[in-house]
Design a protein around this ligand. Structure first.
Ligand SMILES: C[S@@+](CC[C@H](N)C(=O)[O-])C[C@H]1O[C@@H](n2cnc3c(N)ncnc32)[C@H](O)[C@@H]1O
Ligand code: SF4
Length: 455
């Protein structure tokens, strides 16, 4: 991706558009209380032996709060609340496993947060045991966990090994010490190096790094340096996130307004600088915010056009359904999407009353599946053959003509090309895949306080 200094104002405008991340379609804005306990139960029960499933476990606790954080998490006072949460989580796993008793093999398990490694080793292993008791977890399943390198220790590491974890995604964010101070996350390079070394020594060799750009104190050079230091540790994958500033939703982010936040042009340059550094070292860009080594399964799937998107972003996972556990966790079924209660107290009450803690969601119509496929292919492949998708869904491709007209601005700005109904993002257009996807989204509401900015 190459961005010139004299970037056109319309490109800046497109980058500033507030758009969904399209980790699902319909997106979370469409969720309502029309989906609850009964419907989620029905969708779980409908899963059959040929339906492969993935499991997501949300751990909403952290040792301290990073001022930029947009995740659903809290800093508990001691471990008591966490121990109670683990018990409730296990009850939820048992309830959902009973409802989905005919479901097929589990190939992917992902622990996210918050910080899953906030859990004591014994609790982590208990949760994994409950999952194995309730579901058919394949012996070669990928078991991934998000790790905060500041809080992992020998005992927790042993717990991960005992639970069968074989992929770790490490929150690296930025190595510049000034940036680290501004965002309340002090994390020296040596600490991350030691974490990576310890994981590899124990046999967890599949490692991914999260980096962020667009934070206060960051500039093109500083993020370039972070990327250079990071590649020395040779993770297989990188996720590179543009800082999502949503202070109306996460009030602690207001603290970051005390220092100047990089503007749109700075953010574009920072993203381009990181891309340049990573691709120069042999990482292949996947979609708009992931990078992976050339022989990584993610790169291979992307080249075959088989990449998917779920709530964690890009994935090689081809499962029919994703079942989420824990406060705020989202499940995705062929029939619809179901989200758990976010409030911890209410989550506990629902689960301990024997109910599924589903409180909102959306049904997926045939039309949603059609549009969702177009959006997913744009986001994953950076191109879509509308003719092919329309034929697959037995639809007339001319039904998409109105939506296609909305692509004119992106085409004029050189961010995509069109040949009949074949749409391709250009290299420079990659970061604008969300803008192209949004042209097909009939529900789109670009209200300032619904989404984060595109870039
Ligand atoms: C749940 S956290 C990862 C695990 C662990 N809590 C940690 O931070 O090391 C997931 C990732 O989301 C990203 N993230 C969090 N808040 C963000 C925001 N406001 N904008 C963009 N990315 C964000 C960070 O890169 C973070 O590593
Ligand atoms: S970025 Fe990670 S460690 Fe920091 S507050 Fe968010 S979830 Fe917790």
């Amino acid at each position: 991706m190459h961005i010139e200094k004299n970037i056109k104002s319309e490109i800046v405008q497109l980058a500033e558009a507030r758009l969904p991340r399209y980790t699902s379609f319909p997106t979370a804005v469409q969720f309502s209380d029309a989906v609850g306990d009964n419907m989620c139960h029905e969708w779980l029960s409908a899963l059959g032996p040929s339906d492969s499933i993935s499991l997501y476990i949300h751990v909403p606790f952290c040792e301290s709060l990073c001022w930029y954080c947009g995740c659903h998490t809290t800093v508990p006072n001691g471990y008591d609340r966490v121990a109670i949460y683990v018990n409730t989580l296990i009850t939820e796993i048992e309830t959902k496993a009973a409802a989905a008793s005919n479901a097929g093999l589990v190939q992917h398990v992902h622990f996210g947060g918050g910080t899953p490694t906030f859990l004591k080793a014994v609790d982590f292993v208990r949760i994994m045991d409950a999952l194995r008791a309730g579901f058919h977890v394949a012996s070669d399943a990928e078991i991934a966990v998000e790790i905060d390198p500041r809080t992992i220790d020998e005992s927790r590491l042993k717990g991960l090994i005992k639970a069968g974890v074989n992929r770790a995604s490490i929150g690296v964010q930025d190595f510049n010490s000034e940036v680290q101070k501004l965002v309340n996350r002090i994390q020296p390079v040596a600490l991350v190096e030691n974490c990576v070394e310890d994981l590899r020594k124990k046999g967890i060799e599949k490692i991914s790094f999260d980096l962020i750009y667009g934070l206060p104190g960051q500039n093109e050079n500083s993020v370039r340096m972070t990327a250079r230091v990071a590649v020395r540790m040779k993770p297989d994958r990188f996720s590179v996130f543009g800082y999502a500033h949503v202070p109306w939703f996460k009030s602690h982010q207001k603290i970051l307004e005390n220092s100047p936040l990089p503007d749109t042009l700075d953010r574009l340059m920072q993203a381009a600088a990181i891309t340049e550094e990573l691709t120069a070292q042999g990482y292949v860009q996947i979609g708009f915010d992931h990078f992976a080594l050339a022989d990584d399964p993610m790169t291979v799937q992307a080249e075959k056009g088989n990449l998917q998107r779920n709530f964690q972003g890009y994935t090689t996972d081809q499962a029919t359904a994703l079942i989420g556990f824990g406060a705020s966790a989202i499940s995705n079924f062929p029939q619809g999407i179901a989200q758990n209660e976010t409030h911890l107290g209410r989550y506990h009450r629902l689960v301990n009353d024997g109910q599924l803690p589903t409180v909102r969601g959306v049904k997926i119509s045939d039309e949603d599946q059609f549009i969702g496929t177009i959006i997913t292919r744009i986001m994953c492949d950076m191109q879509v053959d509308l003719h092919e998708v329309a034929t697959h869904f037995m639809r007339d491709v001319t039904d998409l003509d109105e939506a296609c007209k909305k692509l004119d601005g992106l085409e004029k700005a050189g961010l995509l090309t069109r040949s009949g109904y074949l749409i391709k993002m250009t290299d420079r257009g990659r970061p604008f895949a969300r803008n192209a996807a949004a042209c097909f989204d009939p529900y789109l509401d670009t209200g300032a306080e619904k989404h984060s900015r595109g870039i």
